[in-house]
Design a protein around this ligand. Structure first.
Ligand code: SAM
Length: 198
């Protein structure tokens, strides 16, 4: 095999290894989180942004930000900063490139990290589009760490046992958007996850 043949071979093997590692990383994230990579539909972003944003909102977190399209929309207003957490490496990388190309990396940060390891003390709104199985855990984390009056906004899935402040119905399918206030006007049964911190 000549020099040229060896170079092509090397490139092909490298590409195969990269694709294999990317698939492995995605599979790992799916197994660990139990949440597939799905985007919040573009046609709902304007309505959700109106709900997520607001005069007093300075910091928004997307818990499982995927390709960051939603987070970029939420943080379009002046003075709003965003943080996105994504465990799926290739998707995080895609979102990161997208952020760099948008020229807005000054006020939005994307972390290749488990959302459940981040801190929420300074956060005004957490947005999530996840799966039913993780909603109790995300509710407990928000109730534990976020300030009174801040919000958890969930596309499609509710936090079990919590009473939402509002439920919007989006689109023709009437997809629910649950808006919770922290501590969530919460359940009458005094669940420990929902007690305000003293
Ligand atoms: C359904 S997608 C939503 C993406 C984006 N938020 C949107 O609405 O367009 C959920 C994403 O959350 C990520 N994810 C799930 N659990 C996570 C966790 N604990 N930490 C970081 N990312 C997580 C998944 O890898 C997936 O990409």
């Amino acid at each position: 095999m000549g020099d040229w043949g060896e170079t092509v071979w090397l490139v092909v093997v490298t590409l195969i290894v990269v694709v294999f590692l990317a698939l492995l990383s995605s599979l790992y994230a799916l197994v660990v989180t139990g949440v597939p990579v799905l985007r919040t539909p573009a046609e709902f972003l304007e309505e959700i942004t109106a709900e997520v944003g607001g005069e007093k909102v300075a910091t928004i977190v997307d818990a499982g930000c995927g390709d960051a399209r939603a987070l970029l929309a939420f943080c379009a207003a002046e003075g709003v900063t965003g943080r996105g957490y994504e465990l799926n490496g290739p998707i995080w990388l895609y979102g990161f490139s997208r952020l760099l190309l948008s020229g807005r990396s000054g006020h939005i940060r994307l972390y290749w990290r488990d959302f459940f390891r981040c801190e929420l003390e300074d956060v005004d709104v957490v947005y999530c589009h996840l799966m039913p199985a993780v909603m109790a855990r995300i509710g407990a984390k928000c109730a534990e760490e976020m300030r009174v009056g801040t919000r958890l906004v969930s596309y499609l899935w509710e936090v079990p046992g919590w009473a939402p402040a509002r439920v919007l119905k989006l689109g023709r399918r009437k997809d629910p958007l649950f808006v919770y206030e922290i501590p969530p006007g919460c359940q009458e049964n005094d669940h420990p996850d929902c007690r305000p911190k003293t």
